[in-house]
Design a protein around this ligand. Structure first.
Ligand SMILES: [Zn+2]
Length: 275
């Protein structure tokens, strides 16, 4: 199960985190997250905006906020209501990136002002920390378009999983992508650690990362083909499996509210290939 991969490190539970805050004991975790994470969360309807704007009010000054996820994006963009539409939009952006015809529609002053009071991202993406895989650039998306969570080798822990849950449950993105990538250094290092049968943890928390990623390396042992590439794909599949066990994400997927997709980014070509 997901928590079994967290290794020996003891991570504070959400409740203990709440106790360390000045919030009242009756404050729910959801309320805490919604209040603390983003001013844009006011648009989720759970809290009033910090500027006094009531919940569910317009995200665009002067506009009527009845649009679905992705609907506040540039007028030229097709509104996104389904995971399929969100994926099409991501892949269209990646095609622009590959062809070096990036539009950067969402980075201007007008866009910044438009999303300053609320956000309607159309996809949540978990990717690696690799400096060569900047998520918004790879998909040619801009301000307010994506909820991006990054960790080495897409390793899951409480914070990563919670952030992804926030993206799909509170910001209502209809798509959750787990993006692995070619020549992932985190998985390459894990292969070396597994081969060396390292029993002692690396310095800091790197050993924790290796422990978390090691099951994917072990799963592909003896398989034909490139070992690292196999491990990268296996890791994406395992991360998706763990996310489906989330009591937040799993039910949303089964209800058709969010689509979970695995993908692979090729460093050589810039292409994102959906699993
Ligand atoms: Zn990587």
């Amino acid at each position: 199960m997901q928590r079994a991969t967290f290794g020996r490190r003891r991570t504070p539970t959400p409740l203990s985190l709440l106790r360390s805050t000045p919030l009242s004991a009756t404050t729910s975790r959801r309320r805490f997250l919604t209040t603390a994470l983003a001013a844009g969360a006011c648009s989720t309807g759970l809290v009033a905006c910090s500027d006094g704007t009531p919940p569910n009010s317009s995200a665009v000054p002067g506009g009527t906020d009845s649009r679905p996820a992705g609907g506040s994006n540039p007028p030229t963009a097709v509104p996104v209501t389904t995971g399929r539409q969100a994926l099409d939009r991501l892949l269209a952006g990646n095609a622009r990136f590959v062809a070096e015809r990036e539009e950067r529609l969402d980075e201007g002053v007008a866009r910044r002002v438009a999303v300053s009071k609320g956000q309607h991202p159309f996809a949540t993406v978990l990717g690696c920390v690799d400096s060569r895989v900047p998520i918004e650039l790879v998909f040619d998306q801009g301000l307010g378009d994506l909820v991006v969570v990054r960790s080495a080798g897409e390793a899951l822990d409480h914070s990563v999983t919670g952030s992804l849950e926030f993206g799909v449950a509170e910001l209502h993105t209809p798509l959750l992508v787990v993006l692995g990538h070619q020549r992932c250094g985190a998985l390459d290092a894990t292969i070396k650690a597994v081969d060396a049968k390292q029993r002692t943890a690396e310095a800091g928390q790197i050993g924790y990362l290796v422990e978390t990623l090691a099951p994917a390396v072990r799963q592909v042992a003896g398989q034909p083909g490139d070992r690292l590439t196999n491990a990268i794909h296996a890791n994406v599949d395992m991360v998706l499996g763990k996310l489906r066990q989330s009591p937040v994400i799993g039910p949303l997927e089964r209800a058709g509210k969010v689509e979970l997709v695995g993908a692979y980014y090729e460093l050589d070509t810039g292409k994102v290939i959906v699993s």
